[in-house]
Write a protein that binds this ligand. Sequence first.
Ligand code: F3S
Length: 62
Amino acid sequence: MKANVDKDTCIGCALCTSICPEVFSMDDDGKSVAITTEVPADLEASTEEARDNCPVSAITAE
Ligand code: F3S
């Protein structure tokens, strides 16, 4: 699975970083960034949870 954040869409709510801090982190612009683009198998479920809960659907994970 690969994870990516569309920074133009992200509003910086930080929900993804609280759901899955192993994959998502806030950058200096206050936007989320995927710190690991190749998601390990044991983090796929929480990555999908973060994607599904992002209020502006800025996360792709597939
Ligand atoms: Fe941004 Fe969505 Fe995360 S708005 S901070 S990508 S939950």
